[in-house]
Design a protein around this ligand. Structure first.
Ligand code: ADP
Ligand code: GN1
Ligand code: MG
Length: 355
């Protein structure tokens, strides 16, 4: 184990000494490590990406409040993450290398990058729907907004246009088709924000990063346990939480599949997720929210594609990459899915209103 990790872990009130600490998971933002202790307990150690999350202290206040709220609604210790405090009783450690936090590893859980069956995807929908329902009476005014305008799609487009105008690395010529596609879709970027501004969509406490690998399932029963990666919990739109799950999970391929012939929107998975999410929300969604769910899916996918494309043009400064042009490959899969969903919009709407 690296000396750095050893000394960081020494500062946290673990149940016994750490025996190993290995890089873990496939998140694009934080650095995550799996820690195994001598007594057999496991923990998750994370170094917070402070370029993105500039106030880790306020972020941890959010996370502690949300986990505490869910804990008060359920007797199951695996229904929420548990923050491990430092020996000084704080949820965060600051040292010369940055900010660190530790969670208990949710026992007997699995985390999937790709659903192995339709039922896995259904369960992830139940996980995120339960999360929405359990936080429906949470006082959103206590939450700090970790990333301003996180899912403000029109603002994401504005930033894209600025970066494109600069084209400081001269990469735009390699992404001509993707740029043209983004520009052509800009006309509907404000569909959800307009509905919110018109009072048609309520502001709720939402997760905002509802990828399949941000929900844990029981390793034996494969039922949903809890939602993780709470860095982006803030007031937002339920249609975006639904939409981001569809973006990631109702696709036939992974987010960075280089062969676009393998990438398509899978209607059957969309229907499956809709059933799980809407039923787990427990009747809390309004008719307008239900009707707008497909727009959440299209706009979260378009927005994510635009974010990947912007990052490609800016020089891969935001999303972690593991090969050249990685963000361009990611852009292409997202735009392929947007095209597929546009063709299916009427069917997608009929499906969610009839669930
Ligand atoms: P990122 O923001 O980089 O995506 P996450 O918080 O999602 O980081 O963590 C990365 C991975 O670590 C998750 O996808 C999951 O596999 C694992 N993980 C995180 N927290 C826990 C936990 N409390 N219990 C078990 N696994 C966890
Ligand atoms: C990032 O942290 P992670 O890997 O779960 C990003 C999401 C994107 C996603 C694309 C804070 O999620 O918004 O949709 O990558 N998180 C942040 O895979 O920007
Ligand atoms: Mg994650």
């Amino acid at each position: 184990m690296e000396q750095l990790h050893k000394s960081v872990l020494n500062e946290f009130a673990l149940s016994s000494s750490a025996a190993s600490c290995e890089r873990y998971g496939s998140g694009h933002i934080n650095q995550t490590f799996l820690v195994k202790c001598e007594n057999g307990e496991s923990y998750i150690l994370q170094k917070i990406n402070e370029r993105i999350f500039t106030r880790p202290d306020l972020l941890m206040n959010n996370i502690c409040a949300v986990c505490g709220h869910i804990a008060s609604r359920s007797d199951d210790p695996r229904s929420h993450m548990t923050v491990v405090l430092t020996r000084q009783g704080k949820p965060l450690l600051e040292n010369a290398d940055g900010y660190w936090r530790v969670y208990e590893f949710v026992k007997d859980s699995i985390c999937l990058d790709k659903a192995e069956s339709k039922e896995d995807f259904y369960q992830s929908a139940c996980g995120f729907g339960n999360f929405q329902r359990m936080l429906s009476d949470f006082d959103a005014s206590v939450l700090y907004e970790p990333i301003k305008d996180f899912h403000n799609t029109p603002k994401r487009f504005e930033h894209f246009l600025q970066v494109l105008a600069e084209d400081k690395l001269g990469r735009a010529k390699k992404a001509k088709e993707e740029i043209a596609f983004a520009l052509a879709q800009q006309k509907y970027a404000s569909v959800c924000t307009d509905a919110f501004n018109a009072g048609k969509l309520p502001l709720r406490v939402t997760h905002n990063d509802t990828k399949l690998n941000n929900v844990l399932l029981d390793k034996t029963t494969r039922k949903a346990l809890c939602v993780i990666d709470l860095d982006t919990v803030m007031p937002g739109l339920s249609v975006n939480d639904f939409g981001d799950s569809i973006r990631f999970g109702a696709s036939s391929a992974s987010e960075d599949e280089p062969d676009l012939r393998k990438v398509r929107f899978v209607p059957d998975l969309y229907r499956t997720y809709s059933e799980g999410f809407i039923s787990a929300c427990g009747g809390s969604l309004t008719q307008d929210e239900l009707r707008m769910l497909p727009w959440g899916a299209i706009l979260m996918t378009l927005e994510c594609g635009v974010r990947f494309l912007t990052d490609y043009l800016e020089g891969d400064v935001y999303f972690r990459i593991s090969k050249p042009d990685h963000n361009l490959l990611r852009t292409r899969t997202q735009f392929k899915l947007v095209r597929d969903m546009e063709d299916k919009l009427d069917w997608m709407t009929d499906t969610v209103v009839s669930v």
